[in-house]
Design a binder for this molecule. Structure first.
Ligand code: AMP
Ligand code: TRP
Length: 328
């Protein structure tokens, strides 16, 4: 049974990691069974904060397509496309911007936070485009009349703004757009190898595209219980990053692993080796699919072209309605 229509997007801003996969993409792979889905690689969004260096943009888009397809997003079942291939996003963004009060954009909590945060890193994002980030996001979603938007918690203020813009449009002209609601994934934040939240900016990530040897190498570097100095010291699995990963990748063995750790009958080195092999086998199919897609970039390009064609049909129909409603 189809429960509704989904739109979601991700910025092609660099290397995709296991936290992104377990926190977001894996959820999309599940949702594709029950929803009509539009998934977009939002390259224009990437420009809102990285407009000055676009050298790697095409490579990042290609890598993101590989990530999505190898994770199991089905390009027949879902509409998978690159935002900038469907120009209607830009037209709707422009029209919605006419009726969005500046104060609504200024009070989005992520706006001032990011402005400050990126300012510290020396990035000048005091731009029109950056302030319009959630405006563009709104255009993305409502262009397909999506009612459900799977996102992380950090995106909730953006969706609240989207609903306000939708209400304003529907009130000013006529009710065309449904109010989009968020769909939060239940996955908790995945730590990186140093125990902090896995994030590209900390350098503690495990790349989603890691080869088996890279996986083993990253697991070897993981922090464990700092109190457990010698192999004979009893450990506390609850403060151990390796154990957090075992809970995800070795679900049928966690009881035994915790017990062995507490009783010091397994050492951290062996425990890590066990985890690495579990991860290698859990990610083996994804890895194989990736290798074969990587060897066939023409096919990946074809998938994105096909996706953009399908997206354009829906987007064009919505824009017809919008232009009529606004007397354009
Ligand atoms: P980002 O690239 O950090 O904007 O994240 C893209 C998506 O991945 C968002 O939906 C985040 O909620 C999710 N995500 C990022 N880092 C993690 C993490 N360490 N654990 C779980 N989910 C994450
Ligand atoms: N802002 C989202 C993020 O960083 C990406 C995004 C762009 C998006 N447009 C969207 C998400 C539309 C959901 C719907 O995660």
């Amino acid at each position: 049974m189809i429960k509704g229509r989904i739109f979601s997007g991700m910025q092609p801003s660099g290397k995709f990691h296991l936290g992104n996969y377990l926190g977001a993409l894996d959820n999309w792979v599940k949702l594709q069974q029950n929803y009509e889905c539009f998934f977009s690689i939002v390259d224009w969004h990437a420009l809102t904060s990285s407009y000055e260096n676009t050298e790697n943009l095409q490579q990042n888009i290609f890598d993101m397509a590989l990530d999505w397809l190898s994770a199991g997003l089905d390009p027949e079942k879902n509409v998978i496309f690159v935002q900038s291939h469907v120009k209607e996003h830009a037209e709707l963004h422009l029209l919605l911007s006419m009726m969005t009060p500046l104060s609504w954009l200024e009070r989005v909590p992520t706006y001032k936070d990011k402005l400050q945060q990126l300012g510290i890193q020396g990035k000048d994002i005091n731009t029109y485009g950056f302030m319009g980030y959630p405006e563009l996001m709104t255009a993305d979603i409502v262009l397909y009349k999506a009612d459900t938007v799977p996102v992380g918690e950090d995106q909730l203020p953006h969706l609240e703004l989207s609903r306000e813009i939708v209400r304003r449009f529907n009130h000013l002209y006529r009710p065309i757009f449904p109010e989009p609601k968020p769909y939060l994934s239940k996955a908790s934040l995945l730590p990186g190898i140093d125990g902090r939240k896995m994030s590209k900016s900390y350098g503690n990530e495990i790349p989603f595209a890691a080869s088996p040897d890279e996986l083993r190498d990253r697991v070897r570097q993981m922090v464990t219980d700092p109190q457990r100095v010698k192999k004979t010291d009893p450990g506390n699995p609850n403060v151990c990053t390796v154990y957090t990963f075992h809970k995800i990748f070795s679900q049928d063995q966690v009881g035994e692993i915790a017990k062995c750790c507490r009783e010091a009958t397994i050492g951290c080195v062996a425990c890590k080796k066990r985890l690495a092999e579990q991860m290698v086998s859990a990610l083996a199919d994804i890895h194989t699919r990736r290798r074969s897609l990587e060897a066939n970039p023409g096919k990946v390009k074809e998938i994105l072209t096909f996706g953009a064609e399908r997206a354009r049909v829906v987007a064009a129909a919505t824009m017809e309605e919008v232009r009529q409603a606004m007397n354009l």
